[in-house]
Design a protein around this ligand. Structure first.
Ligand code: SF4
Length: 331
């Protein structure tokens, strides 16, 4: 925005003021930006546009989470989900319209990839979600776990992270932002070099290449060993850990042998494991394991000293749980 201001013939600090209006004060109407010179506002109006996605639908869930269906100018729709938990309010954002990775257990994957979002469209989700909050409430954490694969839309993801963490823009602590990936090794290695200091989450979901190839086609390009090697090279800040997401599928990846293999795979990585009992959707062909097996899997990991939580997905009743995000592009 400083560069934009300069290109329009005003000093760079005018760009910082513009950023303040948009990101800090949440104002997108140029007429309301009273401390910007009239000529600058006119030039901005002629050459740029400030667009936010429209909140087409807001569906509250019984557990307090809220699904926002957001619509962009070209009609593309994504979802963002607000998830309160004790003193946290986490926003889950999307990076693509649909997803091209086709994980077998994932409803979003059945959509295919429609298009990438721009950095502005990703940040726009945070800005509009913030507008829906009651006074005195604020988003404390952001997870890139909505529709799409963030590292398959690398440049926009990184630019959006820089805007979210810039103290002159949205000012989120990078420690409160998590980027989740299906395991694009080259993307993880690049992200490691960006010095963004954000957290990393890996959708692992299997402990052998044979099973992972079956449920996550991406594994055919990047095998588990390669993926974990990239994780070992990722800078993890003091007190932080890499999260490994593991969706538990009945009799597919939930045996004691799987749990023991997972322990071996994670050796030498500051890891925590998030077990996600599968969220049913029609025609998936998978089932959630019985509670007993879910707890047994967790116990095995805990006994080996691996921090392990079970994520009973939020928003399950509104189709906003992990792997359930899907929105038709046209209705
Ligand atoms: S789990 Fe993630 S990467 Fe896999 S299809 Fe679903 S949205 Fe895409």
């Amino acid at each position: 925005m400083e560069a934009l201001a300069e290109s329009l013939g005003v000093p760079r600090y005018r760009g910082r003021q513009l950023a303040q209006w948009i990101f800090v004060k949440g104002v997108s109407d140029l007429d309301a930006m009273s401390d910007l010179p009239k000529d600058f506002r006119a030039a901005l109006a002629a050459q740029t546009s400030i667009e936010l996605p429209e909140v087409e639908r807001r569906t509250p869930s019984q557990d307090g989470s809220q699904k926002l269906v957001l619509r962009y100018g070209d009609g593309a729709r994504v979802q963002a989900v607000l998830m309160p938990d004790a003193d946290r309010l986490t926003l889950c954002v999307s990076t693509q319209v649909g997803c091209g990775f086709g994980c077998a257990f994932c409803f979003t994957g059945t959509m295919g990839l429609e298009r990438n979002l721009t950095a502005g469209e990703i940040v726009g989700q945070v800005l509009v979600a913030r507008r829906t909050l009651e006074a005195g409430t604020r988003i404390t954490h952001i997870v890139y776990m909505g529709m799409g694969e963030p590292l398959a839309n690398y440049a926009a993801t990184v630019t959006s992270l820089r805007i979210l963490t810039d103290p002159k823009a949205l000012g989120f602590s990078p420690r409160r932002i998590t980027v989740s990936t299906v395991g694009l090794v080259s993307g993880i290695e690049r992200l490691a070099r960006e010095n963004l200091k954000v957290n990393l989450a890996i959708s692992l979901h299997a402990t052998s290449n044979q099973i992972r190839n079956r449920i996550m086609p991406v594994n055919k390009g990047f095998a588990i060993e390669e993926l974990l090697e990239a994780c070992r090279g990722f800078p993890v800040a003091f007190r932080q850990r890499i999260t490994f997401e593991y969706v538990l599928l009945d009799r597919v990846n939930d045996s004691a042998e799987d749990a023991r293999r997972l322990v071996r795979l994670l050796k030498g990585i500051r890891a925590k494991v998030n077990l996600i009992p599968f969220n049913d959707w029609d025609g998936s062909g998978f089932q959630r394991p019985p509670l007993q097996r879910i707890l047994a899997f967790q116990s095995l990991l805990l006994e080996e000293g691996i921090r392990t939580t079970i994520r009973w997905s939020k928003g399950e009743d509104i189709g906003a749980a992990c792997g359930q995000l899907k929105e038709a592009v046209t209705v």
